[in-house]
Design a protein around this ligand. Structure first.
Ligand code: PMM
Length: 296
């Protein structure tokens, strides 16, 4: 089912973004040595800032800066190392006028990045890894992305049992939302995310994408992070009959962006921005046309 045409943004979002009547594109800046598709490329702060500005020039509406890899099996970094990676990059991008999100599960990192200009805290654990992050977000009043999560990267491959993946993810996200309210986070600050690839086997991701409306029915905007993930590699095989590698999954990522935006996603989080920037505009035109045809 196609969702309502008007785009509902979380608050507070910079006015330059909240006036857009289409899904947003979040460009990924991983300041890590080991992320699954681009680890090590932007570890130097100058390179990370340059890459971020390139993504904005290609059409990203906002950037998500991360200092800790969440790829399956990844080993955690210390809080000081995470801060050293992200703080200079966030500070400089925010000073350039970019809307910056920070991908962190840590309350201390969330507090410090907001101080230097981040406007979104993107927590892949939805508050479970470090519950104090809820209070930080409540006090700061920034937008908070609560992703569906069941455990850190070293254990998530063992946490993939679902009775009904859509119903179970929805119920667990409803629980995250209740915990956030309890900590004083206002509903309007919150964005929900199905956590594609996190404690999910490749086939689990498709029903979540096909039923975005089930998550949207919790009353909050939905962010989709499908970019270059393993379930896309598993769908597509190369000439050698093997799953295509991460850097060959961008066309499929753009296709997901178009479909997700058509079905009401608030934002898509992607490595390669150009294809998704086009896709969300196609989706907006499609939605508008489907909403405006006079049926009488
Ligand atoms: N995926 C990754 C990291 N952060 N954040 C949100 N909100 N949603 C996601 O799906 C998500 C995320 C893993 O991808 P990466 O290692 O390429 O950043």
């Amino acid at each position: 089912m196609i969702a309502e045409p008007s785009v509902r943004h979380p608050r507070p979002l910079p006015a330059s973004l909240s006036r857009l009547q289409r899904a947003l594109v979040m460009g990924i800046v991983n300041v890590t040595p080991d992320s699954f598709s681009d680890g090590g490329r932007w570890l130097d702060p100058d390179a990370a800032v340059r890459h971020g500005l390139d993504l904005i020039a290609e059409g990203a509406d906002l950037l998500d800066v991360g200092g800790e890899s969440t790829r399956p099996g990844a080993v955690r970094v210390g809080v000081e190392e995470e801060l050293a990676r992200v703080l200079p990059v966030v500070r400089r991008l925010a000073a350039e006028g970019v809307a910056v999100s920070v991908d962190t599960t840590r309350s201390e990192v969330a507090r410090r990045v907001v101080d230097v200009g981040a406007v979104i805290v993107n927590d892949v654990s939805g508050g479970l890894a470090d519950p104090a992050i809820r209070t930080v977000v409540a006090r700061a009043g920034v937008v908070y992305v609560a992703m569906h999560w069941r455990g850190h990267s070293d254990v998530m491959a063992d946490l993939t049992r679902y009775d009904d993946v859509v119903g179970d993810v929805r119920a667990e996200l409803a629980q995250r939302l209740a915990e956030l309210r309890e900590a004083g986070v206002r509903d309007e600050q919150v964005v929900l995310d199905p956590g594609l690839g996190f404690a999910k086997e490749p086939p689990d991701n498709w029903p979540l994408l096909a039923h975005l409306e089930a998550l949207a029915s919790l009353g909050r905007p939905v962010l989709v992070g499908a970019s270059r993930k393993r379930f896309l590699g598993a769908l597509l095989t190369g000439p050698d009959g093997r799953p295509v590698p991460p850097d060959r999954r961008d066309a499929a990522t753009s296709a997901v962006s178009a479909l997700a935006a058509t079905n009401g996603a608030w934002c898509v989080r992607v490595h390669e921005v150009g294809g998704s920037a086009d896709a969300v505009r196609v989706a907006a035109a499609w939605r508008e046309a489907s909403a405006t045809r006079d049926m009488s």
